[in-house]
Design a protein around this ligand. Sequence first.
Ligand code: SER
Length: 310
Amino acid sequence: MSEKILVIGACGQIGSELTMKLREKYGNQNVIASDIREGNDELMNSGPFEFIDATDKASILMVIHKYGITTIYLMAAMLSATAEKQPKKAWDINMNTLLYILDFAKEKIISKIYWPSSIAVFGETTPRIDTPQQTILEPATVYGISKLAGERWCAYYHQKFGVDVRTLRYPGIISWKTPPGGGTTDYAVEIFHKALSDGKYECFLSAETTLPMMYMDDALKATLDVMDGPKFDTYIAYNVAAVSFNPKELTSEIQKHLPNFTISYKPDFRQKIADTWPQTINDSLARKEWSWKHEYETSDLVSVMLENLK
Ligand code: SER
C-alpha cells in the first residue's frame, strides 16, 4: 500500500516546510496538510488541506478515514515560552493529541507516526556541554515535561503494542519561510528580521546564552532520514545537533554582512528557560546509526537567512 500522509500542524514553522518536502517526495495528492488555521499560498494551493483542531479526536479520525491515511506527522505543539503562560492548555495540545495518535496506531488504523521531541526534555541537572543521549531528564518547563512524558509514552506504545513511532529531539530551528511562535530559541530568527528592517535588535536572552541550533533544511533532512530507515528495534528519541551559538556570536556573524547592525540585551522570563537547556548536544548515536550529518554551519545559515529575507 502506498503511503498517505497527514501532517497535523502543517502551517507552523516546521510543518509548513515539512509538508512541501513530503509533497515533493510522495506526490502532492498523497500529503494532506491540516491545521487550525490557514497556511501560506504555496501550502494551501499545492495539495489537499483540512481544518483540524489537534485536540479534537473525532475530526482527526474523520480525516484519516476520508483519505485512507497511513502515516501521521504530529507537528502541532505549544512551544516553551507560550506553554509557560497556559500550562494546562499546553498539556492538552502537546500530550492528549499524541495519545490519540498512538491509539490509532495501536488499533492499526494508521501504521506510522513521526512525533518531534526537543532539547527541552533536558533540565538544570543535565550536563549542559555535550549533553549525552542518555542522561538525567528533569525538565523545568511545561513544554519540557510534555516532551519527556511524550517520549516515554512513545517508548511504551512501541514496546507494548509494536507501534512504529519515530522521534528526534530538535534544537532551535532557524528558518525564513514561516515565522516560529512562542519558543525560547526564537530570538535567533527574529534577529534577522530586525537586522534587515531596523538595523538593531533588542534580545530577550543575554549575550552569553549559548543554545544548540539547526537550519531548517538540516532539520527536514534529519526528519525524512529517520522516517525512511527501518523500524527501530527499540524506540529512541534521537539527539540531533548542528551548531551552537550565543546572541553575541550570532551578532558578529550578522555584522560580517551588515556592519552597522547593533544588538542590546533585555533578558525576560525566557532567560530562565534557556538557562536550564544544553549548550551543546552529543548526537553521535544518530550519526552512527543512521548516518546523520548536518550541512549548515553558523556562517552558512546566516548567509542564507539574510539572502532570503532581504
Ligand atoms: N525551539 C523550541 C523552543 O524554544 C525548543 O524545542 O521552545
